[in-house]
Design a protein around this ligand. Structure first.
Ligand SMILES: Nc1ncnc2c1ncn2[C@@H]1O[C@H](COP(=O)(O)OP(=O)(O)O)[C@@H](O)[C@H]1O
Ligand SMILES: [Mg+2]
Length: 250
């Protein structure tokens, strides 16, 4: 099965930035399915593509009178078609935006269909990268597939490290099917590596440091998409073989 990596962490630590750069870097080795599972979606913007619709809108349409499949089409066929339509094609990747999670009035039937179809989409790509909201509560409902790597992103502060440690525990409590949990300590300043390393070490998690990248920050202010040639992308490129050691096709 295609390696699946999910990015989690508290707000503002760099999840979407890292997810977008992973999409760029992994797409050098094969087609990537990028999944934006944050209801406050912004992965498309980071990747420089336009969202044409969300899985949430599709679900809501199917639960109302408009947005019903034509008479001669099953719900499953209709959803498969609509999902294909809303998949945004980028350079080396396809992006699926999940949008709002299901409301209380949603039938399990529709959700189960959607999950099966999204899982099939995942299988038809070489890699899957899922960007998440700050919590992880919805993650298990997004896919039935196991995650090869859960990337816990943190800022290089004691509070950040403690939060990442708690999220690692939460993943176990939620019974997420995770192969490895890896801490990425992000936005480490030049010269502050030793302190960041000590913080990361303290979590007991496998970990890597990522440096502060002025170009990435500047790009975010300017609203420019991430390209994959930033210093931060180069750091990620070096980590990837260690994240997927059994992935021989790279
Ligand atoms: N390594 C880094 N160096 C500089 N700025 C960064 C770095 N990582 C993230 N940022 C910036 O931090 C802000 C929050 O990042 P974002 O990816 O949106 O976080 P999250 O998705 O976790 O909420 C953005 O402005 C982003 O450009
Ligand atoms: Mg984000």
């Amino acid at each position: 099965m295609s390696p699946l990596v999910a990015v989690a962490g508290k707000g503002g630590v760099g999840k979407s930035t890292i997810a977008a750069l992973l999409v760029r870097v992994l797409s050098e080795g094969g087609a990537v399915l990028a999944v934006d599972a944050d209801p406050n979606s912004n992965l498309a913007q980071r990747l420089g593509v336009e969202v044409s619709g969300t899985v949430g809108q599709l679900r809501e349409g199917l639960l109302s009178t408009h947005g019903q499949p034509p008479r001669d089409m099953s719900k499953q066929e209709y959803l498969r078609l609509k999902l294909r339509e809303m998949l945004v094609e980028g350079d080396g990747f396809d992006l699926l935006t999940m949008g709002r999670p299901e409301g209380p009035g949603c039938y399990c039937y529709v959700n189960n269909l959607l999950r099966v179809l999204v899982d099939q989409l995942m299988d038809s790509h070489r890699y899957v990268v899922i960007d998440n909201e700050a919590g992880m509560e919805h993650l298990s409902r997004r896919t039935a597939r196991s995650m090869d790597v859960l990337l816990l992103v943190s800022d290089p502060t004691p509070v950040g490290a403690a939060t990442a440690g708690r999220l690692a525990e939460l993943a176990d409590e939620l019974e997420l099917k995770v192969g490895r949990k890896v801490l990425l300590m992000n936005e480490v300043r030049e010269g502050q590596e030793e302190r960041a390393e000590a913080l990361a070490e303290g979590t007991g998690l496998e970990h890597y440091l990522l440096h502060e990248d002025e170009r990435v920050r500047e790009g975010a202010y300017a609203g420019a998409p991430l390209k994959g040639d930033e210093a931060l992308a180069r750091e990620l490129r070096e980590i990837i073989p260690r994240l997927f050691p059994s992935d021989r096709r790279r």
